[in-house]
Ligand binder design. Structure first.
Ligand code: SF4
Length: 259
């Protein structure tokens, strides 16, 4: 949580206000950069579909996605075994875009795309959520990781903000993840894209998970605001992200054990 606090734009201001200087960490992991690119491309074609009703075009999505991916790379990027260089990554964005436009987008009738929606959590704290798409079919998010993780809190947060903003009740019944795996290019330079999977979450379980995490974060922030003690945010030195490259608190007074 301390690393997350050090990375959060809102909390960085509070941390600086207590006299702590954090590092700028601009390096991104290729998985996150591809995800950001795909999201930009998907938002572009979904918006277009919302306005025109026309099917999504994979080339448009890939063009927007690749442009965004290259912007993400500017501060430095760490490639991995699945996406070994920028060329691999561009091909993967094209492949995911094709899969999204042919297999996922036709099932979505968008009402709002990446719309910022606020909600109060307590009297003093609120959140802002930007679900990928709020559609007739539900609240829908696209994931592009190599593996599928648990996104219950994430989706629960989207439901909380949607519920606070007059989104039709029918839509709130479905929380849907479309996972299009980032797929490795094999030794013959062929990318056999793995097909997408659609996962539906239980909305009430997701909200419970979101509230439990939000209350925990609020408690830690309140503690820090009152005490100015970085220990208000638990450390996780076992994390793979505990390094100068990935954590803005590394080697600073905000996380003294790494000094
Ligand atoms: S340096 Fe390591 S332990 Fe400290 S906040 Fe960052 S990730 Fe957590």
């Amino acid at each position: 949580m301390r690393r997350a606090a050090a990375k959060s734009r809102e909390l960085r201001e509070i941390i600086a206000g207590k006299g702590f200087e954090l590092n700028e960490s601009k390096c991104v992991h290729v998985g996150a950069a591809i995800g950001t690119g795909v999201h930009a491309g998907a938002a572009y074609v979904m918006n277009d579909k919302k306005i025109t009703g026309e099917p999504c075009r994979a080339k448009d999505m890939a063009d927007v996605g690749i442009e965004k991916f290259h912007k993400e790379m500017v501060g430095g990027i760490e490639f991995d075994g699945t996406s070994q260089n920028a060329n691999n990554s561009d091909l993967q964005i094209q492949s995911i875009s094709k899969m999204f436009c042919f297999a996922v987008a036709p099932k979505i009738n968008p009402v709002e795309v990446e719309k910022a929606l606020p909600a109060k959590v307590t009297v003093d704290f609120g959140i802002m959520g930007h679900a990928d798409v709020i559609a007739d079919e539900g609240i829908i998010d696209t994931k592009t990781g190599v593996r599928l993780h648990s996104y219950h809190a994430n989706m629960g947060g989207y439901r909380i903000v949607a519920r606070s903003n007059d989104i039709p009740k029918e839509t709130l019944k479905n929380l849907i993840i479309n996972w299009i795996p980032r797929t490795r290019i094999n030794s013959k330079r062929v990318l056999a894209q793995k097909p997408p999977q659609t996962i539906c979450y239980n909305p009430l379980e997701c909200e419970d998970e979101a509230y439990s995490q939000l209350y925990m974060i609020i408690e830690q922030v309140m503690k820090f605001v009152q005490s100015g003690d970085p220990a208000s945010f638990p450390r996780n030195p076992m994390s793979m992200m505990c390094s100068e490259k990935w954590c803005p608190a590394w080697g600073t007074e905000f996380c003294k054990m790494t000094k």
